[in-house]
Design a binder for this molecule. Structure first.
Ligand SMILES: Nc1ncnc2c1ncn2[C@@H]1O[C@H](COP(=O)(O)OP(=O)(O)OP(=O)(O)O)[C@@H](O)[C@H]1O
Ligand SMILES: [Mg+2]
Length: 252
């Protein structure tokens, strides 16, 4: 089982009377890109929130490299090497792009409480060099001294990806990383994610854009009304009648 990075076992999560996830089983293999697709409200973001500890499942287990994640706090899970790009970018708008990318590296190294001294951030050579490289990778090097709040929505998402990459996660979870991006920016993001893959990072990507899914995914799982209704290689899933029906019956 050592080639399994992420393992979801009978995950159940309700909000009041609404069953957002029922009996979800998912296996993500080392080094692969695993896409989760499904109509609006299917439970995709809920599933990611369960993986990173923002939500506790009502029942079931999440394991990462054989270690139990269920019940752990988000910061513990992050320390274990699981990073996530959120559906709505979570950046620091009044800080520069460079500071935004450096900050997670500091909190990993020093703990969150020393960060009030962040005015000295730009002097930290090693982390700064790495942050600059990452900003080049995500295509934002030219703007590194601008305030992050001035970026377009698409650029904010790429910045957030950079903030994850500096942590060198073993598993990266991405919630619609290309939402709000132009086709050109989407293609740049696909190239970037391919580059990360070649470095062996495992990724789980939630995505509505089928162009992105078919460009990147090794495996696809389809979630509809809180249940995995199909899974397999992208080309097989695309032809699955249950999947077609879920999409036609849903908001897409
Ligand atoms: N904190 C919450 N409290 C109550 N209901 C919630 C909460 N979070 C999600 N839900 C509900 O759970 C269901 C699944 O939501 P979720 O956000 O996981 O869907 P999604 O597949 O990510 O949708 P989208 O494609 O729109 O992002 C929806 O019906 C949603 O309204
Ligand atoms: Mg969502």
């Amino acid at each position: 089982m050592s080639d399994l990075v992420l393992h979801l076992d009978n995950i159940q999560k309700s909000f009041g009377g609404l069953s957002a996830l029922s009996d979800v089983n998912l296996h993500v293999e080392e080094g692969t890109t695993h896409a989760i697709i499904g109509p609006n409200g299917a439970g995709k973001s809920t599933l990611l929130n369960v993986c990173i500890g923002r939500l506790k499942p009502d029942s079931g287990h999440v394991t990462f490299k054989g270690q139990e994640l269920t019940g752990r706090e988000p910061h513990e899970i992050a320390q274990m090497g699981v990073a996530r790009v959120f559906q709505t970018p979570e950046i620091f708008p009044e800080m520069t792009l460079l500071e935004n990318v450096m900050l997670p590296a500091f909190s990993k190294r020093d703990g969150a409480f020393k960060l009030n001294a962040y005015s000295g951030l730009a002097q930290q050579g090693d982390i700064r060099d790495e942050a600059e490289h990452i900003l080049e990778d995500v295509g934002l090097a030219d703007q590194m001294l601008q305030e992050a709040g001035s970026l377009s929505r698409g650029d904010k998402r790429r910045l957030e990806l950079g903030m994850c990459l500096i942590l060198r996660p073993r598993l990266l979870l991405l919630d619609e990383p290309t939402a709000g991006m132009s086709r050109h920016d989407t293609n740049r993001t696909i190239d970037l994610l391919k580059k990360i893959k070649s470095r062996g990072m495992t990724k789980v990507i939630i995505e509505h854009d089928m162009h992105v899914v078919f460009s990147l995914a090794d495996k696809v799982s389809v979630l509809a009304r809180g249940e995995i209704i199909a899974g397999g290689k992208p080309e097989d899933v695309r032809e699955n009648p249950k999947v077609k029906e879920a999409y036609l019956g849903g908001a897409h």
